[in-house]
Design a protein around this ligand. Structure first.
Ligand code: UDP
Ligand code: MG
Length: 309
């Protein structure tokens, strides 16, 4: 019988796990012809998360787990889960029930038919989210898709069910700075999208601050596009041309009319503008340089503390 692994990253989720487990269990029981395997990844939780996972494991051998040595972030936790999963089909889900388990049978039907390599969940509403956050998210998708050859679907969640072939392809990308949405799109394969209405968290609170989201968005763009570098170069060249034209105008005016050059305010503005522009473009280069630096160190993405053996 084929095995379907479900990878579940958990960071301080003691209030959600049992509920999640029961719901997923009752859904997978309705999917015929596949053996489910739940792979919980404890991402350095400081609450009872690991304890609850181990308790589930002792009662249900189809529960497996990896526990990381500290909090490495969801991307690292997903990678740990992907490496640990043994399934012929591999799914990734959040533990807070924002990824409805009820979509699993349809996803499995799509992928097991052989027609699709991947089934993903896409939320079509952002109800329950602040307006500013929705607006920023939309802006991010627009900028990302304009800047990168990799296409991101607006509203696509990391809730996917993939074939083993696609999972292995994802595992071949060994980069340290991991942006899963980009990676899942970059590897290609045929993906079908299942739309659903946004669901609010079952318990606990989101781990995302606004600052963390800005960092995540920058990560995504820098990891999958060099357009900002091209923009910096083009803008630098363009300001050079404007400066040369300005010099010509000033020299001609001086020679032809003997006008003294008036005003320091305009000069001060120009100096500030060019200075700001230089810092901005150096900042862009710095973003790429820092990624290169982190990649060059080849540190592991996460460190395992304990597994189910
Ligand atoms: N998560 C994790 N490590 C982290 C942050 C989050 O493993 O450092 C897990 C979390 O337990 C949840 C999933 O990632 O299962 C999504 O997190 P969250 O609900 O906070 O994100 P949101 O749904 O608000 O985007
Ligand atoms: Mg959530």
């Amino acid at each position: 019988m084929p095995v379907m692994s479900i990878i579940v990253p958990c960071f301080n989720e003691q209030d959600s796990i049992v509920r999640f487990y029961e719901e997923v269990r009752s859904v997978t029981a309705t999917i015929a012809g596949v053996e489910p395997e739940l792979v919980f990844v404890d991402d350095g939780s400081t609450d009872a998360t690991l304890h609850i996972i181990k308790d589930l494991r002792s009662r249900d051998p189809r529960v497996r787990f990896v526990s990381l040595s500290r909090n490495f972030g969801k991307e690292a936790a997903l990678l740990a889960g992907l490496r640990h999963a043994k399934g012929d089909f591999v799914a990734m889900m959040d533990v807070d029930l924002q990824d409805p388990p009820s979509l699993l049978p349809r996803m499995y039907a799509a992928v097991s038919s052989g027609e699709w390599d991947c089934a993903g969940a896409r939320r079509i509403t952002r109800a329950g989210e602040s307006r500013l956050r929705s607006w920023c998210a939309r802006l991010f998708y627009r900028i990302f898709n304009a800047a990168s050859h990799v296409e991101l679907v607006d509203g696509a969640r990391d809730f996917r069910l993939m074939t083993r072939q696609m999972t292995d392809a994802v595992l071949e990308l060994t980069e340290v700075n991991r942006f899963s949405k980009g990676i899942l799109s970059w590897v290609g394969f045929k993906t079908t999208w299942i739309p659903f209405e946004n669901v609010e968290r079952a318990a606990g609170a989101s781990k995302w601050s606004f600052k963390a989201l800005v960092h995540y968005a920058t990560e995504g763009i820098v990891d999958f596009s060099t357009a900002p570098l091209e923009f910096a170069a083009a803008f630098g060249l363009w300001s050079c041309l404007v400066a040369v034209a300005g010099v010509v105008v000033i020299v001609v005016r001086q020679l032809a009319f003997g006008d003294p050059v008036p005003g320091w305010p305009s000069l001060a503005c120009l100096v500030l503008f060019i200075g700001g522009l230089q810092l901005f473009t150096i900042g862009i280069v710095g973003q790429y340089l820092s990624r290169t630096y982190l990649e060059a160190k080849r540190r592991p993405v996460y460190i395992t503390r304990e597994t189910d053996g």
